[in-house]
Design a binder for this molecule. Structure first.
Ligand code: IFM
Length: 424
């Protein structure tokens, strides 16, 4: 493999996957699940609290955050009906892979009753990708739950692993012939903190015991689903997509800051992967955050560039988390990385800088096999609604027209040439 050098041209391995990612609830439109129910109950409150929660520059730039309809997902991007058009975009952008999720509440709208038409819909999607030479990476659970499951206590129900595996089996029986890459669960720790432990009151029930149960059931569900997928489809590659944050002590010389950071890193980055590592064929890394921690658990203020969500842009952190997961000796895919940037001011540099550090990891023999930008298109950012714009494609939510952002073109050139000239 030829990598760096040659007029600063950075090359990636020959069979590298270049793609982008979405999730069903955020783009499809027309879904009915525990999230659609939650947002209906919470839209007013979210709009009201936006006044306090967001900074004045954010409120000025995105006044829609002050209105309840920003928080209702509704038709989203109508990807459900427009997937062919979106896949044409993917192809024209020279991406050779697409990560998307199957919506459990569509496939199994009532407990134990599978909807053949919806399974067929996802089969058609996969075939449409295959026709265009795009490799599907399918997420089986990206946050939302069917209503019947949440009524039974959701993930904390001790029957959840079996119920999840039954759904997984149906999907894999339908699509397994055409799909090799499966992600069982997206960012399980995000749900743990936002629904079960933190103050966000996301769908789920708060409390330490619930959180413990959620963790145990999720581990069990992944392990059972892994076995099931491998049985149905022995050539399948199965992993999870895990949010991996780069944690640093605010003061490297402070023992207490180091201790705090070590604990945060352990719980957020390692605990889940350690629990399932014998049932993983690859690790999916979602990287967005850099945290500097002070004892007892205080975030030190960020400096430098931030996205529209006020998230720090820290490309080197992706290299640091890759160094952390190297020890598992498994192939790694960057299953998400991106930023909210409505004006497309930073996205081009963001992509190149992150790819620079990923490439450095590859040169150091860390087996990164693909990169999926979050996201293919602007979409519904959960409790923040529509105002954060993560897309390579800009969505006009009135007409649902898609328009390529300039950075989307730059990323397309990178995908086409399998690298880029790095000018730093
Ligand atoms: O939009 C989310 C996605 O659903 C999960 N990972 C982080 C993204 C940006 O916040």
């Amino acid at each position: 493999m030829k990598k760096k050098k040659e007029n600063n041209f950075i090359f990636f391995p020959k069979d590298f996957f270049w793609g982008s990612a979405t999730s069903a609830y955020q783009v499809e439109g027309g879904n009915l699940n525990d999230w659609s129910q939650w947002e209906e109950k919470n839209a007013e409150k979210l709009a009201h609290s936006a006044k306090k929660y967001w900074k004045s520059w954010q409120r000025k730039k995105f006044p829609q955050m002050l209105y309840p309809d920003n928080y209702i997902c509704g038709q989203a991007c109508d990807h459900y009906h427009r997937y062919e058009e979106d896949f044409d975009w993917i192809k024209s952008l020279h991406q050779n892979a697409y990560r998307f999720s199957v919506e459990w509440s569509r496939v199994e709208p009532e407990e134990g009753k599978f909807n053949k038409r919806e399974l067929e819909h996802y089969r058609q999607m996969v075939m449409a990708l295959r026709d265009r030479g795009i490799e599907p990476f399918i997420t089986l659970k990206h946050f939302a739950n069917p209503l019947w499951l949440s009524k039974k206590g959701g993930i904390t129900n001790s029957d959840y692993p079996r119920l999840f595996t039954r759904y997984v089996q149906k999907v894999v029986q339908e699509l397994g012939e055409f799909c090799q890459y499966w992600i069982t669960i997206n960012e399980m720790m995000v749900i743990l903190y936002n629904a079960y432990l933190g103050k966000k009151n996301w769908p789920g029930e708060r409390g330490l015991i619930k959180a413990y149960k959620y963790f145990r059931m999720t581990v069990k569900a992944h392990n059972m689903a892994y076995e099931c997928i491998k049985k149905e489809c022995p050539r399948a590659q199965v992993g999870v997509a895990q949010l991996l944050n780069f944690w640093e002590p605010a003061n490297k010389n402070s023992f207490l800051d180091r201790l705090t950071t070590g604990a945060a890193r352990y719980f957020s980055n390692k605990k889940f992967i350690n629990a399932i590592k014998s049932k993983l064929d690859f690790i999916g890394v979602n990287y967005y955050f850099h945290h500097r921690l002070k004892f007892p658990y205080q975030q030190v203020k960020i400096e430098g560039k931030v996205s529209d969500l006020n998230w720090e842009i820290y490309p080197k952190g992706i290299y640091k988390v890759l160094q952390e997961v190297k020890k598992y000796n498994l192939p790694i895919y960057i299953t998400e990385n991106g930023l909210a940037d409505a004006k497309d001011k930073y996205r081009e540099v963001f992509i190149k800088d992150h790819l620079f550090w990923i490439n450095k990891a590859i040169q150091e023999k860390i087996p990164v096999k693909g990169y999926f930008h979050w996201s293919l298109m602007d979409n519904f950012e959960w409790d923040k609604g529509f105002w954060p714009r993560f897309g390579l494609l800009e969505i006009d939510y009135k007409t649902l027209a898609r328009k390529l952002r300039p950075s989307g073109k730059v990323y397309a050139d990178i995908c086409a040439t399998n690298g880029f000239k790095f000018d730093k």
